[in-house]
Write a protein that binds this ligand. Sequence first.
Ligand code: SF4
Length: 210
Amino acid sequence: MTEERTRKILSLLEKAYPDPKLILRYKNPLELLIATILAAQCTDERVNKVTEILFTKYKSAKEYAFAQQDVFEQEIRPTGFYRNKAKNIIACAKALEERFHGKVPETMEELLTLPGVGRKTASVLLGNVFGKQAIAVDTHVFRVSHRLDFAKFNNPDKVEIELCRIIPQKKWTQSCLVMGTHGRLTCIARKPLCKECVVEKLCNSKDKIV
Ligand code: SF4
């Protein structure tokens, strides 16, 4: 992996997707935190359908903290793994109330102390609502990173480290949004649209279909 190749690929992807954005809908850090926890093993589109109703009912960490677990489970059920997610979200909201005055903290270290929050969720928040540079390795970024030889490890946290090494820090957040968009629209999991791919000539993936 040469620096030149990485730079070239990212530049082509940036041109192809000039305004990449998260699919998850949110209006504040708390909403993005809840949506990102719900998005584990679920599509962003399905999460948006659930949060459209959820966010009209729960508006603060305190309200989530006092949610009735069995009722909350049913409210988020379409996102899958709903028992665990409900448990984590309620515990997370309690931690926000008890330790952070009901506000979502703005550092990786503090975010990682919250139940249900791993590095991906923390990075999504840091990069998209707190204006920091962070690499959030979701399923799309993970797949695209492997297909384009940006990463070799099978663990998202290790892929994050690999990406941090080859992408300039000032581009961490943007590059992830671009790679995520490429993964959703073109470098699709089952049948990548390689004929439409702007980096096809630079891709040596075994998954390539031409
Ligand atoms: S050529 Fe195909 S496999 Fe390679 S990055 Fe493009 S879409 Fe993905």
